[in-house]
Design a protein. Structure first.
Length: 217
């Protein structure tokens, strides 16, 4: 158990040292599409900036750690004098992996409808793809003033990886106890990430507001 914990801490220390110099930090933004329907409704455009220019995440990829981006886009309706109304939320994930033997990078899009895989031969090609704007197919319902919120969680290990790590640390080879899937278990996973020094980001952004005057056909 101590050897496994030592290995995790060593990886985290290497990532921390590699990211100690000043470098751009990853960021996320959301804006509304310039084109609109006659009603005034607009779609959210989401963009991640400087993911691979951030030394923490670049180093994680160098160490062959998978990078997972979990997106959530929320549609909100403003209500003057009242609490804003959350209409709906859309979620999807992007998994970035370095395939050492093939000397390439694999990106897996995890959508509600299924998964899709892309491969890139160079880091530059991967970086260009990751910085592209995502046109999200989300629309508000009804009329009024609306805005979008995007929440982006970036981790160097998936939940499944963390559960496997917890089993190693506990000296267990079987299934993860149900209790570890509780909010307390998720808190333990976050604590392990911090103790190991592995990078983790939770980012949010809000779009400009826009007005919808007629219901969308």
């Amino acid at each position: 158990m101590r050897r496994v914990l030592g290995l995790v801490l060593a990886i985290g220390a290497a990532l921390a040292i590699g990211a100690s110099a000043q470098s751009p930090r990853v960021g996320v933004s959301v804006r509304v599409s310039p084109d609109s329907l006659p009603s005034g409704a607009r779609r959210p455009w989401v963009q991640v900036r400087d993911l691979l220019n951030d030394a923490r995440w670049s180093k994680a990829l160098d160490e062959a750690l998978p990078i997972r981006l979990n997106y959530q886009v929320q549609v909100w309706r403003s209500r003057d004098g009242w609490i804003d109304e959350l209409q709906r939320a859309m979620e999807w994930s992007v998994l970035i992996e370095r395939e050492m033997l093939q000397e390439q990078y694999r990106v897996t899009l995890i959508l509600k409808s299924g998964t899709d895989e892309l491969r890139f031969q160079t880091r530059e090609e991967l970086a260009r793809y990751l910085s592209m704007t995502t046109d999200v197919d989300a629309w508000p319902d009804g009329t009024g003033t609306f805005f979008y919120l995007v929440a982006l969680r970036i981790t160097a290990l998936s939940d499944e990886d963390m559960e496997e790590l917890e089993r190693f640390l506990a000296g267990q080879g079987g299934a993860t106890p149900r209790a570890e899937r509780s909010p307390l278990g998720r808190g333990i996973r976050k604590l392990l990430l911090r103790l190991a020094g592995l990078p983790s980001d939770a980012l949010e952004a809000r779009s400009p507001s826009f007005r919808v005057t007629n219901r969308r056909e």
